[in-house]
Design a protein around this ligand. Structure first.
Ligand code: NAD
Ligand code: WQD
Length: 345
């Protein structure tokens, strides 16, 4: 294991006002890096960056811009000297991607192509990319390592695979380009300060923000999608990973982005599976209150089990998750309790 980069970097974080991006800003600033955020605020919150400032003492600069806008990106790269890009900005709702696939291709694939080209014009040669376990689809494997075949089952997952392939090809043909793609499993939790968390616009589609809104009384009950899977309690199993661990993974990725030519590819998860019913119980325990639920039909496109094998990232970089599901639920609940209306003050 080698560490090539030890000094501070000037990092452009696209999507830095969103859930994972804002937590990553905290870890980057705390590691001594300088951060500039590009976000169009379509699903992010400028207040989240104020909170990053409260936690770290340094509020990242926010450039409100769309990553598909080459002129805006070129102007940002002219005004800020940047050493590396961490690219989170994307649309991420699987269900919505089946309704408006072309919008997903435009933002996720088009945005990544536009960003790569603009970064190249500015002489930036390091990129860390947000990828997703959804690329694996339903392979039926007990745990998934990076060699598992890609089998995206929806336009969102397809867009992430297309971006990975585009970045990999760009690295092949531009010798100086260095990239890391991180395939996150199910990031949940919140910053332990209670200042930063997950605040999706509209009705939550993911399980934890939904559980949190039921626990705080904003919604009546959670639907457990499917009770007839071939799993110990009949509900689906996922690999939930603390967002702070994911954020730390990006700092580690920047330390190692120069280690090898081409694109490095790693899973980020815990290697532990948790069922929906177990998660509901853990969240209820964290919140100290009942979370009513009803078991309904399976959600279209869901798979029974998605759990990471994280041997590769642990051997290459020594990265390992620090937090368990109970801590993830406590931290999510703290954010919800302290911010019952999210980032609206
Ligand atoms: P998020 O929606 O909270 O953050 C995405 C941010 O990007 C938002 O602040 C949004 O305003 C911004 N954005 C969207 N389109 C943009 C555009 N065209 N130009 C500029 N900014 C734009 O989502 P997140 O959960 O923090 O996800 C971050 C990244 O991680 C995404 O690329 C997502 O696909 C990936 N990912 C997320 C998960 C997950 O479960 N949360 C899992 C795997 C991968
Ligand atoms: C988790 C479990 C649901 C809501 C998605 C993307 C994946 C990645 C992570 C971006 C599932 C069940 C959910 C509810 C429920 N994101 N559930 N009731 O679908 O595992 O993964 O986020 O890359 O690509 O697909 O996450 O939080 O939606 O669901 O029972 O109200 O909770 O069926 O088993 P998912 P999720």
């Amino acid at each position: 294991m080698t560490t090539c980069i030890t000094g501070p970097l000037r990092v452009l974080v696209t999507g830095g006002a969103g859930f994972i991006g804002s937590h990553t800003c905290v870890e980057l600033v705390e590691a001594g890096h300088e951060v500039v955020v590009v976000d169009d605020l379509s699903n992010g919150h400028a207040v989240a960056l104020d909170r990053v400032g409260e936690i770290t003492g340094t509020r990242p600069v926010l450039e409100v811009a769309d990553v598909t806008d080459a002129t805006a990106l070129d102007s940002i790269f002219r005004r800020h000297t940047i050493d590396a890009v961490v690219h989170f900005a994307a649309r991420k709702a699987v269900g919505e991607s089946t309704e408006i696939p072309l919008d997903y291709f435009h933002t996720n694939v088009g945005g990544t192509a536009t960003l790569l080209a603009s970064a190249r014009r500015a002489g930036v040669r390091r990129i860390v990319f947000s990828s997703s376990c959804s690329i694996y689809g339903s392979t039926g494997a007990d745990d998934l390592d990076e060699s598992a075949p890609a089998a995206p089952t929806n336009p969102y997952a397809w867009s992430k695979l297309a971006c990975e392939q585009m970045i990999e090809q760009a690295c092949r043909h531009h010798d100086d380009l260095r990239a890391v793609s991180l395939r996150y499993f199910n990031p949940i939790g919140a910053h332990p300060s209670g200042l930063l968390g997950e605040e999706p616009h509209g009705t939550p589609r993911n399980i934890v923000p939904y559980l949190a809104q039921v626990a705080v009384g904003r919604r009546e009950r959670v639907q457990v999608f499917g009770g007839d899977y071939v799993t110990p309690d009949g509900s689906a199993i996922r690999d939930y990973v603390h967002v702070v661990d994911i954020a730390r993974g990006h700092v580690t990725a920047l330390d190692h982005v120069d280690d090898r030519a081409g694109m490095q590819l790693f899973n980020l998860g815990t290697g532990q599976g948790t069922s929906v019913l177990e998660l509901r119980a853990a969240f209820a325990a964290a919140a100290g209150r009942e979370i009513p639920y009803v078991v309904t039909d399976r959600r279209l496109g869901d798979v029974p089990r998605l759990v990471a094998n994280i041997d590769a990232v642990s051997h290459a970089w020594g990265w390992a998750p620090k937090y368990d599901v109970a801590t993830m639920c406590c931290d999510s609940w703290r954010f919800q309790e302290l911010n019952p209306d999210g980032y609206r003050r």
